[in-house]
Design a protein around this ligand. Structure first.
Ligand SMILES: [Zn+2]
Length: 384
């Protein structure tokens, strides 16, 4: 047994916890870059409380998933304003933007110096400026991950900046912030959270510590996601999903992901599909092909037994087979009205490029079995 585990330096979870951010922020800096989503009014109470705590806030709004150009612009602004702290409140996009900007506050240069795949892929040598992450959706778990995903429209791909120094100093998970998330976003982000519990559990890098988080997270998400989708104001269900997303973030940053996220990167880069929606559309199909490939080529593998665990946790049936788990996820996607990839403009003729790009990702290398090009093509074709 040998593993390593990293997470945010401090995690605060609970209803109303977002109201207590200002004193913590005041202990970390004096000039905060306040990164939000497009709906900046969501952060008005936070902005006011920072002000009262003596922290100047320099607002920076992120509409849509962050791009290289947006991060470049934000870094110039934050450096010019001599920010010494980054507070991000929003979905995964705002959190990832804030995380990248906190790194670029202390590290010189351009985002492309640090971006994997499309840039020079250097790890930022210095720890980030103190970064506080406050998620308003229950999905990415970005509040406890060490990477920021940035899109490059020019390369039609998404890539990460990554280093342990980018882990948030403080993650504040307040499930009350998610009560107003609309249904389609609840579905997509919730299925991203579920994917981020399943993939690390079957990943080639799975470890004992993250296994426990994944099991607990899958159990909770399986019960809570349909409820949160049915009735958005159900606090217990929302809190269970916020917790599951947090566990997923802790799991993925330490144990890796798999084929679903391997596809999500090029899908998000080539098409206007939100990350969660891309994962949701691919998840049942990647699970199905993975289970088939394992049965055919590695019937004695631990991964196959793990897919059985997944099935038993999701279906709550002690006799469930790996295939039953696939069926349960497909049924959930149907019930939560997850659109197929063609809804985002993915055409049959795009599949070869998607497959070629997905095969190159780090996530694909963490998949429990190496999939053939034909198997990857089938996943994409079925998800379309
Ligand atoms: Zn994800």
């Amino acid at each position: 047994m040998r593993f390593e585990f990293v997470t945010a330096a401090r995690i605060v979870f609970g209803a109303g916890s977002a109201r207590d951010v200002a004193p913590a922020a005041a202990s970390l800096g004096k000039r905060a870059l306040l990164v939000t989503g497009a709906a900046t009014d969501r952060a008005a109470p936070l902005a006011a409380s920072l002000q009262s705590a003596g922290v100047s806030r320099l607002p920076f709004a992120v509409s849509g998933e962050p791009t290289v150009e947006l991060v470049r612009r934000g870094a110039a602004f934050a450096r010019e304003e001599r920010c010494d702290l980054v507070v991000a409140m929003g979905g995964g996009s705002a959190l990832d933007a804030g995380k990248a900007l906190a790194a670029l506050l202390t590290n010189p240069g351009d985002p492309l110096d640090y971006l994997e795949v499309i840039g020079r892929g250097q790890q930022p040598p210095l720890p980030s400026a103190p970064f506080i992450a406050i998620p308003t959706t229950a999905g990415t778990g970005s509040e406890v991950t060490r990477n920021a995903v940035i899109g490059s429209p020019e390369h039609r791909v998404k890539a990460s900046m990554r280093s342990a120094g980018m882990l948030p100093r403080l993650a504040v998970v307040d499930p009350e912030l998610t009560l107003s998330v609309p249904r389609p976003v609840t579905a997509a982000t919730g299925l991203d959270a579920l994917t981020q519990l399943i993939e690390p559990y079957v990943s080639v890098r799975a470890n004992l510590l993250t296994d426990g988080f994944c099991v607990e997270g899958m159990r909770r998400a399986a019960a809570a996601l349909p409820r949160a989708w049915e009735k958005g104001s159900d606090y217990e269900a929302r809190a269970a999903m916020s917790f599951a997303a947090l566990l997923g973030g802790m799991a993925l940053t330490n144990a890796g992901l798999g084929a679903v996220h391997g596809f999500a990167a090029p899908i998000g880069g080539m098409f206007d599909a939100p990350h969660g929606a891309a994962c949701a559309a691919v998840l049942p199909h990647a699970m199905e092909i993975n289970v088939q490939a394992l049965r055919a080529r590695a019937p004695e593998s631990l991964a196959l037994r793990r897919y059985e665990d997944v099935a038993r946790l999701l279906t709550r049936k002690p006799q469930a087979t790996a295939e039953d788990g696939v069926g349960w996820v497909a049924e959930l996607c149907h019930r939560l009205e997850i659109p197929p990839l063609r809804a985002y403009g993915v055409r049959d003729e795009d599949i070869p490029e998607l497959v070629a790009k997905a095969a190159q990702t780090n996530s694909m290398k963490e998949n429990p079995i190496a999939l053939t090009e034909e198997e990857l093509r089938r996943i994409a074709a079925q998800a379309r």
